[in-house]
Ligand binder design. Sequence first.
Ligand code: S3P
Length: 177
Amino acid sequence: MKDIILIGFMGAGKTTVGKRLAERFRWDFIDTDEYIEQKAGMAVSEIFDRYGEENFRARETEALQEILQERKEAVISVGGGLPMREKNREYLKKLGRTIYLRAQVDTLVERLSGDTARPLLRGQDLRARITQLMELRSDVYESAADVILDTDTMHIGRIVREIAEITEDLRQAEKNS
Ligand code: S3P
């Protein structure tokens, strides 16, 4: 498959960028959190509260398996923790090209302050929590990515344009090879 997959930390802009990209390409848009919520009939935070994080992680893997059965091209934005499972990274490779929307801790703190929806950020010092999770995750994000985009100073429109250009270049390179 040649889907475009957006990975990155919470607050990196994956969903917003993904929706805009899908509109531009006239492709389907899938957000794994929304997919899981619709299937469960529950918000992500409720799944965490009622069944715990591991249960949510299993749902993420299941969602990817199901999305892989879809044959239509799509832009897919995935939850910030999804690439941490090796199995999920294998599925991402099968699905298409992965783009890491990278952002610095300062940027993420700014974007996420006041957020109440994300269970992993509840009740803790935001900067310390983001720093701690980014230490665990950043190498994995980087190694899972075909393309890394530093988004700190970019607005959404520019990120969308850059990804569209990169994708077009990759397509041309493939055609010519
Ligand atoms: C999570 C990120 C969230 C959501 C869940 C866990 C994470 O998605 O999947 O709250 O582990 O980073 P977003 O990255 O879309 O906020």
